[in-house]
Design a protein around this ligand. Sequence first.
Ligand SMILES: *[C@@H]1O[C@H](CO)[C@@H](O)[C@H](O)[C@H]1NC(C)=O
Ligand SMILES: *[C@@H]1O[C@H](CO)[C@@H](O)[C@H](O)[C@H]1NC(C)=O
Length: 141
Amino acid sequence: MEGLRRSIGWPAAALVLTCAVLVLVPTEVSATRFIVGANNGWSSNVNYVIWAKGKHFYLGDWLFFVYDRHKMSVLEVNKRDYKNCNSNHPLHNWTTGAGRDVVPLNVTKTYYFISGKGFCRRGMKVTIRVEKPQPRPSSLP
Ligand SMILES: *[C@@H]1O[C@H](CO)[C@@H](O)[C@H](O)[C@H]1NC(C)=O
Ligand SMILES: *[C@@H]1O[C@H](CO)[C@@H](O)[C@H](O)[C@H]1NC(C)=O
């Protein structure tokens, strides 16, 4: 009887623990979805240095690129290709074809995005420096 109670006790304890974790996680991690260029979207009329200035991008945040799917694209490139607007060998081609592309910022690094098809030279390039989320004192046990 003692052994039976213990074997029931464990899964119950694990379930309680799992529920506690499920409840806690959403309050600790609040991801932000950034619409690149805000109301102007991903276009050649925006200075993305100004757009990104003062913003903090944290691990787990998202970038949302909204643009004319017949013209632009979303390419993640290295620093050199960013400088030179070289779209020949992107690190990652985020273009899905819908003109609405979502990029999860899941690595703590500096991301470089450009548009292909000549638009990079018309200012369609943005640097995103992703930081580790700041630990919040209120979330400590
Ligand atoms: C990126 O992907 C899109 C959609 O699949 C494709 O049309 C485009 O040619 C690709 N661009 C590059 C530079 O690979
Ligand atoms: C980040 O996301 C990309 C695209 O979904 C994926 O290829 C990559 O493995 C992910 N990296 C990490 C560290 O999760």
